[in-house]
Design a binder for this molecule. Structure first.
Ligand code: ADP
Length: 413
């Protein structure tokens, strides 16, 4: 049931594409823009009947747009990238494949979901084109036809053009977001140096002057002032440690992958942090016996993530409990680590900001505001993610999601 492509129709559709680019609103979501682009592609490529766009998000492969398919089914389409057909064809910009379903192992969720998606059909041909940011493949456009055996050469060229346009959009969006982040980080960095670091420095100078200008201070008074100087010095030291870790993260790109025991790592982190917790807080770790314990990841980076999130729970919770629960999601092969506390909670309107460098909700407790920015950056490199839920007066829950293994999905850049 091929569509007739007449010159007038072609020009009209081409104009739609030009309008789409002219009217780009950079705050629009990826999904909205890509949906419009894919609709035009399906309209203009004669054999195309259905289509989808998938993006690589960490270790996962996620369908963000589906045209012609059931919207609810599209939402289920999140699978480990390693299980996808394209993961074995990363060197190709364009792939044509008959009955793509046959390449998935029938035990995988990808197979089961795709089977539903393609309505049990065995007769289909799919054209897949890679989406790129510089040299890195970041996703794919798929178009399917149930009525032809292969796509015409012109259709292949057209799909390449659409995926180049989508790649341009995605690359510009990534650049724009990172530029915004850099400008913001730089200005926060300056105010951090001039304000946060100056505060303990000023106290140290003040205390030292008190000792020097008061000859009649007794030994105990001097000891008490020196204790305060020591406290401020330690505080400054930990601020500088955070800055140095954060700066290093901005430069280093390499991961040091090892096979680790996640349960052991969590126990180590807890035994290191427990002395910092308030005695009125109960700390529980639930690591079920029936889930895996092996993880292949970068130990230093995962350790920093756990220390910062669990360390915050201990720092901000003065009574109640901290529950750390580990789960395993078998269809995505990810560990889920939930850290739930009964601390003061974080105001709803601040939740989106707490991962920004130097952002702090209140300054009651010592800190640099870099802990969660480090968590976010590390998890990005480890192909994981973090989410937060919180209720003022009730507590905060962080949910860390991390792949069991990331070998084979590390960026080229
Ligand atoms: P900080 O060095 O200030 O702890 P983070 O980046 O680790 O910086 O956290 C940012 C802000 O998020 C903190 O200043 C704090 O206000 C808030 N926050 C983080 N974790 C918790 C928690 N478990 N309970 C309450 N507030 C928290």
């Amino acid at each position: 049931m091929q569509k007739e492509v007449e010159k007038g129709f072609f020009m009209e559709t081409f104009q739609e594409m030009v309008d789409l680019f002219q009217g780009i609103n950079w705050d629009e979501s990826e999904k909205d823009f890509l949906t419009k682009l894919l609709k035009i592609a399906i309209k203009i490529i004669p054999e195309a009947e259905y289509g989808s766009i998938w993006l690589i998000k960490g270790a996962l492969y996620e369908a963000i747009v589906g045209i012609g398919y059931d919207e609810d089914l599209i939402k289920e389409m999140v699978v480990p990238f390693n299980e996808s057909y394209v993961s074995n064809h990363m060197d190709k910009d364009l792939i044509e494949v008959q009955n793509i379903l046959n390449y998935n192992s029938p035990e995988t969720d990808l197979y089961k979901i795709s089977k539903k998606l393609h309505k049990e059909t065995n007769q289909m041909v799919t054209l897949i084109s890679a989406l790129k940011n510089k040299d890195n493949v970041i996703g794919h456009i798929y178009i399917d036809s149930y009525h032809v055996d292969s796509f015409d050469d012109n259709s292949k060229k057209m799909l390449r053009m659409f995926s180049n346009l989508a790649s341009i959009f995605l690359t510009l969006k990534i650049l724009r977001d990172s530029e915004k982040e850099t400008v913001e980080t730089n200005s926060n960095y300056l105010s951090f140096i001039s304000h946060e670091l100056r505060t303990p420095m000023t106290s140290i100078i003040g205390f030292a002057e008190t000792i020097l200008n008061n000859e009649d201070l007794n030994k105990d008074e001097i000891r008490s002032i020196i204790r305060k100087i020591l406290f401020s010095t330690k505080h400054m030291n930990s601020l500088l440690d955070d800055i140095s870790t954060f700066n290093k993260l901005n430069k280093e790109k390499r991961l040091n992958l090892e096979k680790l025991n996640l349960k052991k790592l969590l126990y180590q982190v807890l035994s290191m942090l427990e002395p910092t917790a308030s005695p009125d807080v109960e700390i529980n770790l639930d690591f079920p016996l029936d889930i895996p314990v092996d993880i292949e990841t970068d130990e230093t980076k995962l350790n920093q993530v756990l220390v910062n999130v669990i360390g915050n729970a201990m720092k901000y919770t003065t009574e109640g409990s901290i529950d750390i629960r580990v789960g395993y999601e078998s269809h995505t092969k990810h560990f889920l680590i939930e850290v739930k506390d009964t601390g003061p909670g974080i105001p709803e309107d601040k939740l989106k900001d707490i991962f920004r460098p130097f952002f702090r909700v209140s300054k009651d407790k010592p800190g640099s505001g870099l802990g969660l920015a480090i968590v976010k950056k590390n998890l990005k490199m480890l192909k994981g993610s973090v989410e937060v839920k919180s209720k003022i007066g009730k507590g905060t829950t962080f949910l860390i999601k991390i792949p069991q293994s990331i070998s084979g999905i590390v960026d080229k850049s």
